[in-house]
Ligand binder design. Structure first.
Ligand code: GLA
Length: 735
């Protein structure tokens, strides 16, 4: 709900368990942040803006206007006129000046949630959400800023975004646009973020928040392996089950910066938005700029509550398409099976074996087009190589379909190889600084998607392949980050728009693709999980989590990913051993159990693996069919973290009616002379009795316990023989 109290000039935004309050300061019309936290009953909280303390509001005493600007809790700060903290917005006028300050003009409360033009965003019906639009202006610049807040009724989330319009007589530039800002009192916070690298994405990092500026960011052109567009400020004592968390997640797939600034007055300014590096957007008179959306979650109930809030929001209000609430076909991908060395016969031999074992879809990865037998050529030439795909694509797909399997295909549409017909015809279609040799990465350049003719050409190539056969899945990859930021197509004064225009074009292409092929299952990917973000989830219900498929490495990667994203979104496959990324040998069972926490599939040559492994596939397939509804839709609880205890990992999912639950336990290194491990479960009904079954261990007898016992006293997992052992434990309510 959203209320406006005219007398107090206070807006109150309520979700089921949280309140957010904004105040308009008399006369000056500054928009101030009052409160964000647990639900409040009353509205008279404007005193929290501290306008009665020195430095006083300028209308009362103009002596210290500058000091006032530098400490007032602005709802959406500007810069250049006295607030020295991170600005929400930065501008440069046609005359080259940079100062601005916003004053409140009007408001509107709208049922539902307006779309953000050209951008992915959360959505909801008029019954599910309400939006507050606060209109502010800087009359000297000729700038109108609309602050948008959407309140969801079924989940404790407020989303924010900003729309800036040039209402003046001259153009100006936007040099910085944050989408959200919260100015609050410092509570001796820790800062939690997700850090990583290629094949090591989204490891959870927690550190003390001292004075000064702390940020996580990417200006690599994508959300990146390295940092993630997520930031949480948490109480020092916050645990999985208890404690305050202020979290922000960016619905955007390009450059970002998330920042916390602890000031001289012990306040914290938390901001999130497009990274200002190389960002400069020209706004002509009458033009608008729509900033991407930030999702804000507050809880006082620890990480489990934060996680389930994000999961619920993304499952119900972000992910779309026919697979939104559906089991995904179990796929087998030939990348780690064959790399580039495959042809029709090889693929069909894999498909034949796989279909007999219950696998439902064959995905043909990189290497099927142009002259691509290595990663040094042909990106941009999306024409089937009939020397490898003998008989043509239609024949191959038909043969795969005859086996009762679906067919999927890999593309990397945003790229161009210097050794490609496309590059030979259009060398100016690559992103480049004219006159300067481009920096190759994986022997490729990035296409200049700010040019519509490039977008159209690539889209047509991809779409005609999809139109040519019964293709039911696409893996959309992006295997390098952006450098040499320059466009042959953009005028001088718009070169600073390239990064953002690039992201908008990726969205445009995926929007066209999902509209033309509504039944397609799209899986995004970027050198593994470099573009695993809510922006991409709007177009694809699943994203390849990491190029590291080792079950033990995946524990930390999947723990960090699941901190925000539902298990239904995490691309996870069983691969061969020794693992291609780390050389580790793990039991086939463990690989299956870890992959079952994601979309589930295989990434190996099923014709070559040991017979004893192959024999296990039908059992894993059965587990997938038995438990995927629960894994996809259930509440997720972190029980133990290998990343923290260095011994074992454990997570749990619980069905909506608490009648069913699945616990995954992975012992990493085995230890001698130890007792069983006691794990306390969560989310169960204390009054229900549950049958506890160790699904992959016949030596452990089934038991029956109450939810009360399992949650308070716990369950014993025996010492397991050998390293890297895993157990899948199901709990079913006895009626
Ligand atoms: C990326 C992907 C892999 C595979 C290769 C193909 O690295 O993450 O899964 O598709 O590209 O080149």
């Amino acid at each position: 709900m959203i209320f406006f109290n005219e007398k107090e000039r206070v807006f109150k935004l309520d979700t089921p368990n949280t309140t957010y309050m904004i105040g308009i300061v008399d006369k000056e019309n500054f928009v101030g942040h009052i409160y964000y936290g647990k639900s409040l009953r009353d509205i008279d909280a404007a005193y929290l803006m501290r306008t009665e303390e020195p430095p006083f509001i300028p209308s009362k005493n103009n002596r210290e206007r500058c000091s006032f600007y530098d400490c007032f809790p602005f709802e959406y700060p500007t810069s250049g006129v006295g607030d020295y903290r991170e600005g929400g917005i930065g501008i440069r006028t046609a005359a080259g000046h940079v100062g601005s300050m916003l004053s409140y003009i009007s408001y509107e409360i709208i049922d539902g949630k307006p779309e953000l033009k050209g951008l992915p965003a959360t959505f909801g019906t008029e019954k599910e959400c309400m939006t507050l639009k606060l209109v502010c202006e800087d009359k000297y610049v000729g700038m109108q800023v609309e602050l948008l807040y959407t309140v969801f009724e079924d989940v404790d989330v407020i989303t924010r975004s900003v729309r800036i319009t040039n209402i003046g007589q001259e153009y100006f530039y936007l040099t910085r646009v944050n989408s959200a800002c919260i100015d609050m009192d410092n509570k001796d916070f820790d800062m939690v973020s997700l850090h990583g690298s290629w094949a090591r994405e989204r490891h959870i990092q927690r550190k003390t928040l001292g004075y000064g500026i702390h940020n996580v960011s990417s200006f690599r052109g994508e959300s990146s392996h390295q940092d993630h567009p997520f930031l949480a400020l948490v109480d020092k004592n916050t645990t999985q089950e208890n404690g305050e968390i202020y979290a922000m997640n960016f619905v955007y797939s390009g450059n970002f910066r998330a920042q916390a600034e602890v000031t001289q007055f012990d306040s914290v300014r938390m901001t999130m938005g497009i990274h200002p590096e190389n960002f400069c957007w020209k706004l002509e008179c009458g033009e608008s700029f729509q900033a991407p959306e930030v999702v804000m979650v507050y809880t006082d109930k620890g990480f489990d509550a934060m996680t389930n809030t994000f999961h619920k929001l993304y499952r119900n209000h972000l992910i779309r398409g026919v697979y939104k609430n559906k089991k995904r076909p179990i796929l087998i991908n030939n990348w780690e099976a064959t790399y580039f060395a495959f042809d029709t016969e090889k693929l069909l031999s894999i498909a034949k074996e796989a279909s007999a074992l219950g696998i439902e879809m064959l995905v043909m990865d990189d290497g099927w087009f142009g002259k691509r037998n290595l990663d040094n050529c042909a990106l941009g030439d999306w024409i089937v190589n009939e020397e490898k795909i003998r008989g043509g694509l239609k024949y191959l797909v038909h043969e795969v379909n005859k086996l009762g399997m679906k067919f999927g295909i890999w593309f990397e549409p945003e790229m161009i190889s210097p050794d490609s017909d496309l590059y030979r015809a259009h060398p100016d279609w690559a992103i480049a600084i004219p006159g300067r040799p481009g920096t190759e990465s994986r022997q490729q350049f990035v296409l200049d998607l700010s040019r519509q003719e490039v977008v159209d050409c690539i889209y047509e190539q991809v779409a005609s392949v999809l139109r040519s056969a019964n293709i039911e899945y696409v893996k959309w990859d992006m295997n390098r980050q952006l450098t040499d930021i320059g466009s042959y197509g953009l005028p001088v004064d718009r070169q600073g728009e390239l990064y953002h225009r690039y992201v908008l074009a990726v969205y445009q292409m995926q929007d066209r693709l999902t509209k033309e092929f509504p039944h397609l299952l799209l899986e995004n990917c970027s050198g593994g999980g470099a573009r695993f973000d809510p922006g991409m989830l709007y177009f694809s219900p699943q994203i390849w989590c990491s190029d590291d498929t080792d079950a033990i490495e995946r524990l930390e990667i999947q723990e960090g990913t699941a901190l925000i994203y539902p298990l239904s979104t995490m691309g996870a496959h069983v691969s061969d051993c020794p693992n291609h990324a780390v050389g580790r040998v793990t039991p086939f069972d463990t690989r299956g159990i870890v992959a079952l926490a994601g979309t589930f599939g295989y990434e190996l040559d099923v014709t070559k693996i040991p017979q004893e492994d192959r024999d296990k596939i039908p059992g894993q397939v059965a587990m997938y069919h038995k438990y995927n509804d629960l894994v996809r839709e259930g509440d997720y609880y972190r029980i133990a973290s290998y990343a923290q205890n260095h011994k074992y990992d454990c997570w749990q999912v619980v069905g909506a009616n608490q009648k069913q639950s699945l616990v995954t336990f992975v012992q990493v290194l085995s230890r001698v002379n130890f007792k069983s491990i006691r794990i306390c479960l969560k989310g169960l009904n204390p009054d229900m009795r549950y049958r506890v079954v160790f699904e992959n261990d016949d030596n452990i007898a089934d038991k029956v316990y109450t939810g009360d016992m399992l949650m308070k006293a716990g369950l014993l997992v025996p010492v397991l023989w050998g390293d890297f052992q895993a157990r899948l434990i199901s709990l079913t309510n006895l009626e």
